[in-house]
Design a protein around this ligand. Structure first.
Ligand code: PNS
Length: 167
């Protein structure tokens, strides 16, 4: 029987409830879902890749067909390495669409056998992003229902260190 493996790639700095919502949805329709954290990101992240791996592994341990890894280089190469037939990406609003479509087309150009599947998270997460989470946390705002409690405590601790270092 054919097993369908999908990659859910991203930066996840930090993981949010929107990411987890999408992982849960993906885990329902794919036989295996590999959450791939990009290693060679141009962004300078707040959390190291190993910290993000740990956070995501902790938050996804209840889904037995989900595994969390990191990758570097081209996504299509990593997908081939994993034996994945699909890339899962979330679309929250129309504003995501252009960027996502461009990436999906480019990935198709690089590997025509890899399909991109778009899913939408629950409406409650349609305005949620890691960037906004970092900003709200750094300004002392509440993050209830937006990120897991375990991620929130790590985020607050990291920001305390960043604040201390910048004094
Ligand atoms: O969460 P993000 O930052 O929107 O995720 C972007 C990501 C990791 C999916 C994208 O940058 C990516 O796939 N990078 C790997 C390098 C690559 O394959 N680039 C060409 C993409 S068309």
């Amino acid at each position: 029987m054919k097993r369908v493996i999908a990659i859910y790639p991203g930066t996840f700095d930090p993981p949010t409830n929107g990411h987890l919502d999408l992982i849960q949805r993906g885990a329902k329709i794919f036989d295996e879902l590999v959450v791939g954290i990009l290693r060679n990101s141009e962004k300078s992240p707040l959390f190291t890749v190993d910290e993000r791996l740990e956070m995501l592994r902790e938050c996804t341990s209840q889904w037995k067909n989900v595994r969390v890894e990191s990758f570097e280089g081209l996504l299509v190469d990593y997908a081939r390495l994993c034996g994945a037939q699909a890339v899962l990406r979330g679309i929250r609003a129309v504003s995501d669409y252009e960027y996502e479509l461009q990436m999906a087309w480019m990935n198709r150009k690089l590997d025509a056998s890899l399909e991109t599947v778009f899913m939408m998270p629950a409406e409650a997460y349609s305005y949620l992003s890691s960037r906004l989470v970092r900003e709200i946390a750094s300004l002392g705002g509440a993050l209830v229902d937006l990120i897991p409690a375990s991620v929130e405590s790590k985020l607050r601790a990291r920001l305390r260190v960043v604040r201390q270092d910048s004094k």
